[in-house]
Design a protein around this ligand. Structure first.
Ligand code: FNR
Length: 188
């Protein structure tokens, strides 16, 4: 079994990216399990807070979720042609070391997808994750790309994926990433 943690980078209840993450869970074939997480409860990074109180509980819980899974799927919105602040902020917190937990990103398989109502499907935000992931020492999977554009017609009003072509692309992406993750597992 390949276990992947997917994080949606949007806090919106009706988020297209959270819908995309749910669709990825549904598209995961046999032998692949995707757990979904959101960024609710993660405070703004504050070095004084960190020094005074250590890692906030919400960050600690997210760290444990990442560690409990084999791979990490970032489902990123795009704001002003870049990574949304809330998502980068969460990854900045997660990158901080604690004495009792191992480093999170070093050698961790990571893939990036995203959805946008615009025509370019988060290509700029996805590209901006690359130097971040390189800095963190993550193993970025570049074997597939998924940029969901015109998201308002891809997802129905209830957030369900209603585009069969995107469903196929998503299933292919998840399978490719899962194989990459499995290839790096000692017990694979
Ligand atoms: C956006 N949006 C947006 N979309 C895009 O494709 N490129 C962009 O540069 C931007 N810029 C941008 C800035 C800000 C501040 C906001 C709030 C929005 C639109 C964005 O893709 C849209 O709101 C999505 O619905 C956000 O993702 P979720 O919340 O649906 O997952």
């Amino acid at each position: 079994m390949v276990n992947i943690l997917g994080i949606s980078g949007s806090l919106r209840a009706a988020s297209f990216n959270t819908s995309l993450l749910r669709a990825a869970q549904a598209a995961a074939g046999e032998g692949v399990r995707i757990e979904a997480a959101t960024l609710h409860g993660i405070p703004l990074y504050d070095g004084d807070l960190e020094q005074r109180e250590g890692m906030p509980q919400a960050v600690r819980e997210m760290k444990q979720l990442v560690l409990a899974n084999d791979g990490l799927l970032l489902v990123t919105p795009e704001y002003n042609n870049g990574i949304p602040g809330v998502f980068k902020n969460a990854v900045d917190w997660l990158s901080r070391k604690t004495a009792d937990l191992p480093p999170l990103f070093a050698d961790r398989p990571v893939a990036v997808i995203g959805a946008s109502p615009g025509g370019f499907g988060t290509v700029m935000a996805q590209n901006q994750w690359l130097p971040v992931l390189r800095t963190l020492g993550a193993r970025h999977w570049s074997g597939g790309r998924l940029m969901v554009s015109r998201a308002q017609s891809v997802f129905g009003p209830d957030g369900a994926l209603q585009d069969d072509a995107v469903r196929r692309q998503l299933a292919e992406f998840v399978q490719g990433f899962a194989s990459f993750v499995a290839g790096g597992k000692r017990d694979a």
